[in-house]
Write a protein that binds this ligand. Structure first.
Ligand SMILES: Cc1cc2nc3c(=O)[nH]c(=O)nc-3n(C[C@H](O)[C@H](O)[C@H](O)COP(=O)(O)OP(=O)(O)OC[C@H]3O[C@@H](n4cnc5c(N)ncnc54)[C@H](O)[C@@H]3O)c2cc1C
Length: 376
């Protein structure tokens, strides 16, 4: 691991949460010559900077739940000195369900508890007494996850980057990867808008563009689709103190809302597929948010919106992240398809990536479940 300035052990494409976490865990394992390349002027400009920023240790997709549980442990108890401020505010998550989904979820609860998740089952009445603004006809019951809540994404992202850089990793913004060099079936480096670098590993952490990055080499074995999600912020109506509220998600009618910077934030949980881009919110997403708020919590419908934005959540066809070496190109490592859980799972995914790159194996999970080879 004694490269020169243009010769790296690993080049990471993308300084979102995925690339930053991989840099941190690789540096932790002793890799020194790491270069993170980011096309934008700053890290976290795309999905990472636009998320709802919560840890929710509940998921219908089991391999994602497993990563969330591992991520939760790190967020609650990061290594000493890792961050300057707490990473997680345990403000709670309240998830409402109706009909057959509620019955299905109730059957999952013993399993969740066995996995170590603190979870309370609330009936309609208990839910309304905790969150009086919700109308009971929209749900049969709810799960309360009291130890989950809001993640300080900025703190997490910059702590990964700060720690990685303290161990020698370099970060270059304003530098776009435009080509990948492959020699004798193995990645040998990248070409960027400003130059060329050689390396042992190329880590594809390009978020919504991860499929495009692989296409620089040839047809991609993994089909990734970005999906737009809209968020709006607004002021709560007079007399409502929302600061201590949990995030409230209605999974049967696609809506969530939570406290945000003194006001409230809400999303209609839209997922419109689209090509990778600098996503912008559309009026339909905003209108849907208001319609659903009117059904679930009419008191919250605001007179005006303070702010709106959109970001891309990028999924593989089976909704499971793609972490592992490409089945056709040695030295090309996938760290993509983070979907709607890339922040909360980053401590697990970054560590798994570092394990696989450094040793070719990991004790954390069954790596085959996340491997890009599963699409062959
Ligand atoms: C509205 C919304 C709400 C969400 N809520 C949550 C939540 O509550 N909890 C949670 O855990 N997750 C949530 N997510 C998901 C989470 O934000 C993503 O899974 C995560 O940020 C993905 O991180 P990433 O690093 O893979 O992608 P990104 O943050 O998009 O980073 C990829 C980077 O690669 C760079 N790049 C691309 N191509 C190139 C190139 N050729 N050269 C150089 N750089 C390049 C891009 O500029 C970008 O900065 C949410 C997402 C959205 C949109």
């Amino acid at each position: 691991m004694d490269g020169t300035s243009d010769d790296f052990d690993a080049i990471i494409i993308g300084a979102g949460i995925a690339g930053a976490s991989a840099a941190y865990f690789l540096a932790e394992r002793g890799m020194r010559d790491i270069l993170i390349l980011e096309r934008e002027t700053q890290p976290g400009y795309h999905a990472t900077g636009r998320s709802a920023a919560v840890l929710v240790e509940f998921d219908l997709v089991r391999p994602i739940l497993q990563l969330k549980l591992l991520g939760g442990r790190f967020l609650r108890h990061p290594p000493p000195g890792f961050s300057e401020n707490p990473l997680l505010q345990q403000s709670g998550i309240l998830i409402l369900f109706q009909g057959p989904l509620w019955q299905e979820v109730l059957q999952m609860v013993p399993d969740l508890r066995q996995l170590g998740v603190r979870v309370h089952i609330l009936d309609q009445e208990e839910t309304v007494s905790r969150m009086p603004v919700v109308s009971p006809e929209n749900f049969d019951g709810a799960l309360l996850l009291p130890q989950d809540g809001h993640i300080d994404v900025n703190e997490l992202l910059w702590s990964y980057l700060r720690q990685a850089r303290a161990r020698g990793a370099r970060l270059r913004c304003n530098e776009e990867v435009v080509d990948i060099t492959v020699e004798r079936g193995r990645c040998a480096g990248v070409r960027t808008s400003s130059g060329a670098y050689r390396c042992q590993w190329v880590v594809n952490a390009a978020g919504a563009w991860a499929g495009k990055i692989r296409e620089l080499i040839g047809p991609s074995p993994v089909q990734l689709t970005p999906h737009r999600r809209t968020m709006v912020t607004f002021k709560p109506s007079d007399g409502l103190d929302v600061q201590q509220w949990p995030l409230v998600a209605d999974l049967s009618h696609d809506l969530y809302f939570s406290p945000e910077s003194g006001g409230l934030m809400a999303s209609p949980m839209d997922q419109d597929p689209m090509p990778p881009c600098d996503a912008r919110p559309d009026e339909l997403g905003v209108a849907r948010t208001m319609e659903r708020l009117k059904e679930l919590a009419p008191r919250l419908v605001p007179r005006s919106i303070v702010h709106k934005w959109a970001g891309l959540r990028t999924f593989a066809p089976d909704q499971v992240m793609v972490v592992g070496e490409d089945p056709d190109v040695k030295g090309f490592f996938w760290l993509a398809g983070q979907g709607g859980a890339g922040i909360e799972t980053s401590p697990a995914v970054g560590q798994i990536a570092a394990d696989l790159i450094a040793e070719g194996r990991t004790d954390l999970v069954d790596a085959a479940i996340y491997s890009p080879a599963r699409f062959k």
